[in-house]
Design a protein. Sequence first.
Lengths: 113, 142
Amino acid sequence: MDLSLSTRTEGDRTIVEVGGEIDVYTAPRLREQLVDLVADGKYHLVVDMERVDFLDSTGLGVLVGGLKRVRAHDGSLRLVCTQERILKIFRITGLTKVFPIHSSVEEAVGATE
Amino acid sequence: MATVELRFSALPAHVRTARLVAAAVARRSGVDEGVLDEVRLAVGEACSRAVHLHRRHCPDRPVLVTLVDDEDAFRVAVTDEAPAEPGGGEGFGALTDVADLVDAEAVPPGVGLAVIAGLVDDVVVEQGRDSGLVVRMTWPTG
């Protein structure tokens, strides 16, 4: 399955809904999306990964790159993920300490630092 | 002889092909259904790493994946031909500090190996015959 991307705004948060596979082939499109949002002045991002079927280290790298960009503007990047197989990759790489991971978009949107 | 052998040009799009083939052969070999995700991810990581290095050093050379259905195990070997990167620091210990990753614009190849090491119980990384590395991963079959 290919990568699907859609964005919407809730208050000062921008929700990026990602579906399909984030790998070495599709990750550049996600990177481009995140770069565009930051260039557009969207510094508080919520990446909804509930419909992601596959994530590899290239995808992790893009998310980390996104985090770097929003942090440069005192922004935030929160993830929404409850899928065990995806969460496992964040745990293996220690990235659960880097990203706030929420169990719903509502929870992520309502979260403050 | 390998049950299935796959040789592909070092293009990101073909990493997905390798993942699909590996998962299909693993299923046929009797790898537990719950472990197939792990096979898919680990083979994908090993192939992404190889593609990344080939594109940098030897874009015309193919990446080799061998999939073997043994009596009681499913064995995968991903072989690249890229020369060792000077001071590459690649290895299972590469991801010692998450801050390193945050500072890097792209994920270094070592992170892929770190993910494989975290996922797969039986993994060995060897020097290839001429250059490059062979990542060998084994899963038990039922």
